[in-house]
Design a binder for this molecule. Sequence first.
Ligand SMILES: Cc1cc2nc3c(=O)[nH]c(=O)nc-3n(C[C@H](O)[C@H](O)[C@H](O)COP(=O)(O)OP(=O)(O)OC[C@H]3O[C@@H](n4cnc5c(N)ncnc54)[C@H](O)[C@@H]3O)c2cc1C
Length: 383
Amino acid sequence: MTIPLPIALVNARPVGIAELAASAVARAPAPDRHGSFPVEAIAALRGAGLLVAPLPEALGGAGLCTPGGADRLRDVLRGIGRGNLAVGRIYEGHVNALALVLRYGSDPVRARFAADARAGHLFGVWNTEPAEPGGLALGTEADPAVLTGAKSYASGAGHVTRPLVTARLPDGRRQMLVVPLDPEARAELADWRAHGMRASATGTVDFSGLRVEPLDRIGAPDDYYRQPFFAAGAWRFLAVQCGGIEAVLEAHRGHLTATGRGGDPHQRARLGQAATAAETARLFVEHAARLATTEPVEGDRAVAYVALARGAVERAGLDAIELAQRSVGLSGFLEAHPLERLVRDLATYLRQPAPDGALVSAAAYVAGADAPVHALWHDPEPT
Ligand SMILES: Cc1cc2nc3c(=O)[nH]c(=O)nc-3n(C[C@H](O)[C@H](O)[C@H](O)COP(=O)(O)OP(=O)(O)OC[C@H]3O[C@@H](n4cnc5c(N)ncnc54)[C@H](O)[C@@H]3O)c2cc1C
């Protein structure tokens, strides 16, 4: 298969790469059709070096997945999300997969998949699966290296050529694997008739019959679920969602300006509330990213804060949607209005796993922590 080589990182300056990512997506049209995929936007990110950027500099990247790159990664994810949430979802999966390879892969495995990223391959993380026995399993009685079963809700199906998957072992633990796929191979998108995020090509992929090589394995069984990285890593999709909230606010404000209705006190009040929601999301994401990436990561504390941030960002997104729809009115529900797709995409992408469980576990942390409430998430200023 031929994948165009990425040009070198055009601009890896600390302040430049997020703008580069945002503008690459903003310039590339993204489709809004069932089962579609933002081919041009991903090509733009590839061309700008963003598919390589998560790698450390020693492997040809810009170090976005290193602790020192966390601020830039946050801004890149937020900028791409602002441009298009489907592209943001795809890119976040790419980053997550490379982060897992870098964290848990052996040196030859890291070198192998870094080379694939440099060659332009798109990665993703496909963990969700249909109810058993349909889920992905590694090893049959006849052959311990053969896969059976499928992954569901797999974004970029048919376009992600290096999916990182979790496969159930005979003892019940889960092994991470990166399974090389050809474009379009094994992707079933017929069921992705979604309210929003239509361009994320989120489908089902059946791996049955594929053989796994030793260098396809990433880390030890159940490494995928190791804390705090598993739960705290949610800060990345929050950054993408934050961009989506800002896009909704932008369309809200733009409508009021264009229609000359912005001076009305009721409209002003709603716009103010929506701006508060967007800023709340931004502040939560910023601190969540900091707690989740500052080494050494204080595990329980970071996980609990990220869980709170999940609830705060979800609430901010729902508020931003409601306020924009009430301010714009019926025209915001017409396909020709920019708000229409932005709201569908955000409402869909706000659905993430087990939100109730995240809130309850964060509350349990608050209830049991020794620190006074004012110091739960913020260290005292050094004197
Ligand atoms: C656009 C998009 C792309 C995606 N792409 C990928 C991908 O590439 N790879 C991938 O692995 N996944 C992907 N997913 C799936 C994602 O990781 C989650 O699995 C999915 O978003 C979960 O949403 P849900 O609303 O079904 O969550 P649920 O966890 O089912 O939550 C629904 C509700 O049920 C509650 N609930 C949860 N568990 C229980 C329980 N045991 N008992 C009672 N109530 C419960 C929750 O609190 C919530 O109120 C994608 C999702 C979206 C939206």
